[in-house]
Write a protein that binds this ligand. Sequence first.
Ligand SMILES: NC(=O)C1=CN([C@@H]2O[C@H](COP(=O)(O)OP(=O)(O)OC[C@H]3O[C@@H](n4cnc5c(N)ncnc54)[C@H](OP(=O)(O)O)[C@@H]3O)[C@@H](O)[C@H]2O)C=CC1
Ligand SMILES: CC(=O)[C@@H](O)[C@H](O)COP(=O)(O)O
Ligand SMILES: [Mn+2]
Length: 380
Amino acid sequence: MKKISILGSTGSIGTQTLEVVRENPDMQVTALAAGTNIELLEAQAREFCPRLVSLWDEEKAKDLAVRLADTGIQVLAGMEGLLSAATEETAEIVVTGVVGMIGIRPTIAAIEAGKDIALANKETLVTAGHLIMPLAKKNGVRILPVDSEHSAIFQSRNGEEGNKIEKILLTASGGPFRGFTRKQMEGIRLQDALKHPNWSMGHKVTIDSSTLVNKGLEVMEAKWLFDVELSDVQVVVQPQSIIHSMVQYEDGAVIAQMGTPDMKLPIQYALLYPERRHMNGERLDFWSLRSIEFEAPDLKNFPGLSMAYEAGEKGGTMPTVFNAANEWAVAAFLRQKIGYLQITDIIEAAMARHKRQENPGLEEILQAEAETYSYIEDRW
Ligand SMILES: NC(=O)C1=CN([C@@H]2O[C@H](COP(=O)(O)OP(=O)(O)OC[C@H]3O[C@@H](n4cnc5c(N)ncnc54)[C@H](OP(=O)(O)O)[C@@H]3O)[C@@H](O)[C@H]2O)C=CC1
Ligand SMILES: CC(=O)[C@@H](O)[C@H](O)COP(=O)(O)O
Ligand SMILES: [Mn+2]
């Protein structure tokens, strides 16, 4: 029986993880954590019977405890609850499906408790990769990528572990505004930015995909997961999201992982690694596909990607500032408080004023996040 704790169980990654669990009788959920969605978490708790559930919202957690009183399921709240879900004693693997830097502390706690990590929450590696990767090594736990591109790279490394990577070819859809100039992006509305061409995902990552900030975060995520230089990660626009990413080896061979855009595959692969198991769903049909297209990314009109390379090259607290500024700006755009182009303007301004700190610990990372927020809040 594979025992799984899911952080962010009510979100896009969380609900798809539960679909995978539903289809695999040898998987069992031991803990579930969410933010505020009490209705869905209650339904999930009743269906999957975990040992504990947690809601970030303290008041709603109290209400949930009353609602679940007949079940014997422990109900917790806040950071304490999130950490308890991450370290639930019987869990073997923790799916990090929360969104944003809130994922850092539970990921660290899970690793310290000896749990394998099925990592969807890329913000954790972007901001704290230099802490997470050595900690995982020290505790003998595996960081198994769930992000589709990183799962593809991981799959393309299978059997090649001893061979050096020459280059990672990280594919990008280009988002809904591929081909737009910045001028054409001036009037973009929230509902337009939420229309990803290929993937159905949570709001934050969908906006990140549209600005190419998602690809920037993924470049840094790849650096930590596969121990490569940022300059060895090349972004290739592949508009259909059929090739999920590729690895080029020293003899020039390129190994790719392909498939329809469906996150259940990388989720199941991470949960069952190294086993592959039957999965229902669409298969690629090359006769109807006919061709697969490629483009170079447009760095001029999508500055989020170059700023991510710059933040990653500078290192220290700079990736935290890049990420925190983006988290703030995307949340404000989702509340319709700022315009679309201001997202990257805010990241640029926050990075420009930041005095970088080398090799930050957890407290310094969280402080850089807080300082970035207060700098932005004073100006926007
Ligand atoms: N969706 C996808 O296909 C992909 C996502 N990712 C990454 O995975 C992560 C999750 O993305 P996605 O599933 O789309 O996001 P969603 O917004 O759909 O879901 C986020 C989840 O996190 C929960 N949550 C938010 N804040 C807290 C908190 N403070 N404490 C506990 N739980 C919290 C939410 O709970 P509630 O619903 O109650 O608010 C929800 O369950 C992101 O880092 C994203 O970049 C990577 C690749 C693909
Ligand atoms: C499904 C997934 O992994 C997303 O992170 C996806 O990568 C978004 O697509 P683009 O950022 O390439 O538009
Ligand atoms: Mn991705």
